[in-house]
Design a protein around this ligand. Structure first.
Ligand SMILES: [Mn+2]
Length: 730
């Protein structure tokens, strides 16, 4: 009886346990489902906000550049007014070196016992308020010479730490879910050894690594929550496994193969400050695994800067004492330009992979592994790290958002939004397909040679990146940006050499157009405001590059536009372009006026010439080709630089129908709202709106200039600089 009862109790007990276990399994399964779904939603949200940030970042950078330009102009005027008068007051005094953090925190507006010698210098806007007059003069002189704060660079530790700017660094994970002490670790291990066979081993490993990290940090911070009961442990375990899964998609936790190709780093420079070059070398040595770093090759494109001779040789000797043969230097005996210098470095390199960098950079933690692993998977991929910005004055690191490298029809660099296909991956470590590359690149050394390295016929600077990009895509390779590889790039305030970069830029752009762009080359000519025939610009001998294109059986530019860069929108209907003048006064040109704003203006044709800012590394493009007008066979006038992209609008001359002022409206919006954007025009004739029949004319304003008006036609006529295929000559 007793035994029977015991048996019954036992079997009921067993049944209960069985039922509990069933419940437990059901619960765990639901949690897993919730987590997967929740995880997806989180990531989607994350990706969207990331996109917003990219846009915000872009806008603020553009704004900063405009500010920068304004200040440069102001500074130039001020300096020419003040002349050397200010320097005369300099006294030689020695003072301890002030730290930047202090200067930033309010030392800025603190009383300075010293006279401020350069109140308008960009160098001293955020930095250096504690400097003595002699120090100010030294810092300012170096700044004018190099375009960045050499005085500070000379004093900052070469091996300074940089903030880790990779996405998905630790702070983005919610560890509160995991603070469950040693219990969960035990269960994880138990589960791993028993019931978990068949689960992805790597997934477990990553989860385990994460868990150990969390546990050590929660023990340190005393935030561990003790776990009670078996089911809680299992619950936590599922979370951990899922965490392990999601962590594999974070740069910080990404694991790379132990066998990776060797790396040659090539640093190109011309008149760079010695400490800045040392900074680049030190960061590379410090943040590249020694087993992977075969050599660092310095290429000096004929610097005039004395310290880059014996002093640099001395530093190289010191580095090589520690790691024999690591550093090599080669010096050009005449200036040969950026592309040629890069080729010199590549020819000298011996490792499997070459990374061709500027010498004013500092590589960040873990920069090399993603590059080497990705090129190891596919030898035809050319990769770019993501750039961050080192401020020219304080040397602070500013994180830049991940973006795609693109260009406009003038072949100047531009950042584009991340492709939807990439955003949909919800994996911030995934390489991003990119139509172009900025200045810095890494490639399989032999593949780079096979496809023709860099075009040695590109002079000085600019356009060589687009040339390489078109060639790589059209001839069977591809270009990708690697989000987990970050390089900080020192952006100059001004170029140290006072040459007009527009000349090589324009010339190089035409060379690219002629070699690679087929029937679309007209777009480049129009964007630069160059006549289609007899441009008078010598872009050098292109026969060997044409032969290369044939030998590699490269695809057409049409293919590239359709398959790689659909954002770039060719415009077929332009029949006349260039500067547009009214015969009433040919000293003034039609222009777009202030942006933002939508008022077209006329002003002196030479008042603003093209402005070009640096386009290598993280630098943002700002190219002003504002005095252009594009007249279409369909009747539209584009006013301002030719944009011709699918995600941005050109601005169309519009007759609002009332009042006497013409406006500029985004063309696609104007079409949608049926605004009057079509005009009748032939060179040497009136500009008449097709709907309102009013004429675009000029009227004297009270300041002695002109203002644009719409009114019943008088006798005013307009001319335009260039026509396409003799249009309008009848
Ligand atoms: Mn650069």
């Amino acid at each position: 009886m007793l035994r029977r009862n015991v048996l019954r109790v036992l079997s009921i007990g067993l049944l209960l346990v069985f039922a509990l276990n069933l419940l437990l399994i059901f619960y765990t399964k639901r949690t897993v489902q919730e987590l997967i779904l929740g995880d997806r939603q989180n990531k989607l949200h994350f990706a969207l906000s990331e996109l917003n940030w990219t846009v915000m970042d872009r806008l603020s950078r553009l704004e900063a550049n405009l500010q920068h330009l304004k200040q440069t102009m102001k500074l130039a005027t001020k300096q020419s007014e003040d002349g050397l008068g200010m320097l005369a007051t300099v006294k030689d005094e020695k003072h301890p070196f002030p730290d930047t953090a202090h200067a930033k925190e309010g030392g800025f507006f603190k009383e300075n016992p010293h006279k401020v010698l350069f109140p308008d210098s960009e160098l001293f806007k955020k930095w250096g308020r504690d400097l003595s007059e002699a120090q100010q003069k030294e810092a300012e002189d170096l700044f004018q010479k190099f375009g960045y704060n050499v005085y500070l660079s000379d004093r900052l530790p070469l091996d300074r730490t940089l903030p880790d700017t990779r996405d998905s660094s630790r702070d983005k994970l919610d560890y509160s879910l995991l603070r469950c002490g040693g219990f969960s670790l035990r269960w994880l291990l138990l589960l791993q050894s028993t019931g978990s066979r068949g689960l992805d081993q790597q997934l477990w490993d990553t989860g385990l690594v994460a868990l150990r990290h969390v546990e050590s940090s929660c023990i340190r911070d005393q935030t561990c929550v003790p776990c009670t009961g078996r089911w809680i442990s299992i619950h936590w375990t599922t979370r951990k496994v899922l965490l392990g899964f999601s962590l594999r998609k974070k740069c910080h936790w990404k694991r790379y193969p132990s066998q990776l190709p060797s790396l040659s780093v090539i640093l190109i420079f011309m008149d760079e400050a010695l400490s800045v070059i040392q900074r680049a070398i030190t960061s590379i040595v410090q943040r590249t695994p020694p087993r992977l770093l075969k050599e660092i090759i310095l290429v000096d494109d004929f610097s005039s800067n004395g310290e880059l001779k014996a002093d640099l040789d001395e530093k190289i000797k010191l580095y090589n004492q520690k790691s024999p043969g690591l550093l090599k230097i080669i010096r050009h005996t005449e200036r040969r330009g950026l592309a040629a210098a890069r080729n010199t470095g590549r020819e000298m390199a011996t490792a499997d992979v070459v990374a061709i960098l500027d010498a004013h950079i500092e590589v960040n933690v873990g920069w090399a592994e993603p590059i080497l692993a990705w090129i190891q998977e596919d030898r035809t991929v050319i990769v770019s790290p993501v750039f961050d910005n080192i401020l020219f004055d304080t040397f602070e690191l500013i994180k830049y958002a991940l973006a795609v490298d693109g260009f406009g029809w003038e072949l100047w660099c531009r950042y584009d939004a991340l492709p939807k296909a990439w955003v949909d991956l919800h994996d911030v470590t995934a390489p991003v397909r990119s139509p172009s590359i900025m200045g810095i690149l890494a490639a399989n050394r032999l593949f780079l040679a096979e496809i023709g390295s860099l075009d040695g016929g590109m002079l000085t600077y600019g356009g060589e990146n687009v040339e390489l990009s078109l060639r790589v895509w059209q001839c069977g390779g591809r270009i990708e940006v690697l989000p987990c590889s970050r390089v900080a790039h020192l952006e100059r305030h001004h170029k140290p050499y006072s040459l007009d970069l527009r000349i090589p830029l324009k010339r190089n752009a035409l060379r690219v157009a002629e070699i690679w762009m087929d029937e679309y080359k007209d777009m480049v000519y129009m964007a630069w405001n160059i006549p289609l025939q007899n441009s008078g610009i010598n872009f050098g001998d292109i026969s060997s590059r044409m032969a290369l294109r044939k030998r590699l059986k490269c695809k057409t530019f049409d293919w590239y536009l359709k398959n790689v860069y659909p954002l770039l929108k060719p415009v077929r209907s332009v029949v006349a372009y260039g500067r547009m003048k009214n015969t009433l006064d040919e000293r003034v040109c039609l222009d777009q006026g202030a942006v933002p704003g939508n008022t077209p203006i006329v002003h002196h044709c030479h008042q603003y010439s093209t402005q070009v800012l640096s386009c290598s590394g993280s630098s943002v493009s700002l190219l002003w080709l504002s005095l252009n007008v594009y007249y279409h066979l369909t009747g539209e006038f584009y006013v301002g630089p030719l944009i011709a992209q699918r995600d941005a609008d050109d601005r169309c001359l519009t007759d609002p129908g009332k009042g006497e002022k013409p406006t500029l409206e985004p063309c696609s919006k104007a079409v949608k709202n049926r605004l009057n954007i079509r005009w009748d025009f032939k060179p040497g004739r009136a500009v008449i709106n097709r709907v309102t029949r009013r004429c675009l004319e000029m009227k004297r304003d009270i300041w002695g200039g002109y203002t644009l008006v719409l009114r019943a036609c008088t006798t005013q006529v307009w001319t335009i600089q260039y026509t396409v295929r003799n249009w309008g000559s009848d």
